[in-house]
Ligand binder design. Structure first.
Ligand code: MN
Length: 241
């Protein structure tokens, strides 16, 4: 059986003058490969080129990384806004629209779910600790906790696609985000929340497979068979019939 090609969007790294470029954590590659797909890294220096690279892909992962520029959801920058890369935003917004038009499955992770929401007209909470009263700890990395450790619960909506995939109504997730979805785009439905009400997952109401997660399943899937199912299903949905 043909292995589907999964395009993974990259973050920007700037190690020094001689080492600038696109970065994708190996956790994504390993998760895709372990579920039977071929991972490739997408460049992001040109929106038009990114749509050409999309033609090579059977499925897409919108990966984690920088904050989305609040310009794209009509807000001014909050004091605690992190680094933004407007070109990456522009490229990924184009990818979302084209992937949805062409029924290409999307798994959107962390920044990815935020970008997905913004691309479809939603807004973000720019900084959870300063903007959400009584929020729980969503930035485990800031306390030195490894990214492959689950630290809080997410409650999954019964009868959602996500519920069908995971087969659980509550899962333990890792959490490495200081932003979250605020106004959720009309085309999306919230399918998981944390105990403080923060949106932890959404899915597209009409597309075959467009799921967004605020946690990082790629860093859990090697040890957690429940999280591996997300990649199994992405690869399954990306297979050409
Ligand atoms: Mn969280």
């Amino acid at each position: 059986m043909n292995k589907p090609v999964i395009g993974i969007t990259g973050a920007f790294v700037d190690h020094n003058l001689y080492m600038k470029g696109v970065y994708v954590s190996e956790d994504y590659h390993i998760s895709v490969a372990n579920s039977g797909g071929i991972p490739i890294v997408l460049p992001f220096f040109d929106p038009e080129l990114s749509l050409e690279t999309l033609k090579l892909c059977d499925g897409i992962i919108l990966s984690g990384g920088e904050d989305v520029d609040p310009f794209y959801y009509g807000q001014e920058p909050h004091q605690k806004l992190g680094r933004t890369i407007p070109l990456r935003d522009e490229v990924e917004i184009a990818i979302v629209n084209t992937a949805l038009e062409n029924n290409i499955p999307i798994l959107a992770i962390c920044r990815g779910v935020q970008l997905l929401n913004v691309a479809l007209g939603g807004t973000l909470i720019q900084d959870i600790p300063s903007q959400v009263k009584d929020s729980i700890m969503h930035e485990q990395h800031s306390r030195g906790q490894e990214r492959n450790r689950a630290t809080h619960w997410a409650e999954i909506t019964e009868n959602s696609k996500l519920h069908q995939i995971l087969g659980e109504s509550k899962v333990r997730v890792n959490s490495l985000h200081h932003q979250a979805l605020d106004h959720v785009a009309d085309e999306l439905e919230v399918v998981a929340v944390a105990s403080d009400g923060i949106v932890e997952a959404v899915e597209h109401k009409s597309s075959l497979f467009t799921i967004g997660l605020q946690w990082h399943p790629e860093s859990l899937s090697s040890k957690d068979p429940i999280m591996k199912k997300l990649f199994d299903q992405l690869i399954q949905a990306s297979r050409k019939i």
